[in-house]
Design a protein around this ligand. Structure first.
Ligand code: 13P
Ligand code: SF4
Length: 303
């Protein structure tokens, strides 16, 4: 660890803070965090920790999820402007319109959404548990938002259900094409192709495995394969290589880079720990409604 990272660790101890970082965060942030993980692991950790302060390094919807499950803790998010282009693609009016179109259908909302959307949803899901979440519902018709790619991936597991979806998407996963994958496969013919469920259906069709970010980390650790083409945001290359120094990892496309995930710097993190700001604030009535949907998800067993 460099001097700045050591100062951050010291400040975290002093302030009784836990630093959570998403798997796409820059390497120097991941290295200084108490825990790195996918959206589900980070939500679970936030709901279980006894630290007084959670400093969240990721994008705003993730910090909001921590604030939703931990109303008695201070959730510090170093750069409030780090949003998510997929979360920006849906409004409460869009959700109300879907509810009016499919009355009675439960609303399953990907955690990659803002708190106002979660507040008008029945249950949340992440890319690691969308299938288990839909399985937990008796309904034959389901409304799924905001990611149409995760919705269509989840639909594959339920021939007897109809998943209606909002047409949002992650620009940094949806950008991956069949041509990109074919090119990567030509260059690395022995490699396993891992795709994130936020990728387009025709890309999913080419995948050897489809996993959340932490699912990919687990798969790469446990697999006998030596080479992997990584079909998710390029930030995941860092923990993949760190955990598997004897294996090789190739991005499916260099275009898969989420700028919002790279905004928080070590300097921002240090300043946030010193000042315990900026804090994620959610009106209590909205938080309580969103809490129901997140808590219902957290009760569902993992595979
Ligand atoms: P997971 O880490 O939960 O797979 O999420 C991917 C993502 O796009 C987060 O923004
Ligand atoms: Fe949002 Fe996509 Fe960035 Fe994840 S990778 S934060 S879904 S824009």
């Amino acid at each position: 660890m460099n001097d700045l990272q050591q100062e951050i660790r010291e400040l975290a101890r002093e302030k009784k803070a836990i630093i959570l970082a998403h798997n796409y965060q820059p390497p120097e942030i991941q290295d200084v965090a108490d825990l790195t993980g996918d959206s589900l692991e980070l939500s679970l950790k936030a709901s279980e920790t006894d630290a007084e302060v959670i400093v969240f390094c990721g994008v705003r919807f993730m910090a909001e999820t921590a604030a939703i499950v931990c109303p008695d803790k201070l959730v510090v998010f170093p750069r409030l402007e780090a949003g998510c282009e997929m979360a920006d693609m849906i409004t409460v009016e869009d959700v109300e319109a879907l509810k009016a179109k499919y009355p009675g259908a439960p609303v399953v909302t990907y955690v990659n959404s803002y708190v106002e959307i979660k507040a008008v949803s029945d249950i949340c899901c992440t890319s690691a548990n969308s299938v288990n979440v839909v399985k937990s519902l008796d309904a034959k018709e389901i409304i799924f938002l905001p990611d149409m790619n995760l919705a269509r991936y989840t639909q594959r597991f339920f021939p007897d259900k109809k998943i209606h979806y909002h047409e949002g998407f992650c620009p940094f996963h949806d950008i991956l094409t069949v041509e990109d994958v074919e090119k990567a496969r030509r260059e690395h013919p022995e490699a396993v192709f891992m795709a994130h469920p936020e990728c387009r259906p025709e890309v999913i069709d080419l995948a050897d495995v489809v996993r959340s970010t932490s699912g990919m980390l687990r798969y790469a650790r446990e697999s006998e394969a030596r080479e992997f083409i990584v079909g998710t945001e390029v930030g995941l290359l860092y923990p993949l290589k760190k955990q598997n120094p004897d294996k090789e990892f190739f991005p499916a496309s260099e275009k898969m880079l989420c700028k919002a995930m790279k905004i928080i710097s070590l300097e921002d993190l240090k300043r946030s720990l010193e000042t315990l700001s900026p804090v994620v604030k959610i009106p209590e009535d909205v938080r309580q409604k969103a809490y129901r949907a997140v808590a219902r998800m957290l009760e569902i067993p993992r595979n």
